[in-house]
Design a protein around this ligand. Structure first.
Ligand code: SF4
Length: 140
């Protein structure tokens, strides 16, 4: 039986191809954590019902819009809420999340113009976890 506290982690950091363009963001140090800690991989965008691949999305005036203008706020909220639900059930207090994502980003997000410009802010999942006293550790 696992005795270490569970840790949430962005699934794409573990080499799973769940990013909007069907790629991953594998990080060797995250794979090591997976081997040695009680890691629970989560992808809020997929869990919220979005397909892979999918259009890239950014936060625009409080909504999450895809690059073609489709409002995907519902899917983002649903995915983040389900991850919070899991976090509460398992007692997770820490999450390693991928930076620069409208879901997992921490401290910096794209500015909503789809032009690569970053502004201060958090992704939907990060906001919700922080609000519920779960520490978010950004992974570049
Ligand atoms: S939502 Fe998070 S886990 Fe899923 S692809 Fe984006 S950064 Fe990775």
């Amino acid at each position: 039986m696992m005795t270490t506290p569970p840790i949430l982690m962005s699934t794409c950091l573990l080499g799973v191809r769940c990013r909007y363009d069907g790629s991953h963001q594998e990080r060797a140090e995250m794979i090591e954590l997976l081997k040695n800690e009680n890691v629970i991989p989560v992808c809020g965008e997929q869990m919220g019902g979005l397909t892979t691949p999918r259009e890239p999305s950014e936060e625009v005036n409080g909504k999450i819009l895809s690059i073609s203008g489709k409002d995907v706020s519902h899917q983002f909220h649903r995915g983040a809420e389900d991850i919070l639900k899991l976090a509460k059930i398992i007692g997770a207090k820490k999450a390693y999340l991928k930076t620069d994502s409208p879901m997992c980003g921490c401290g910096k997000i794209y500015d909503g113009t789809f032009s690569g410009v970053m502004i201060n802010g958090d992704g939907e999942l990060t906001k919700l976890l922080k609000k519920n006293d779960i520490e978010v550790i950004p992974v570049e």
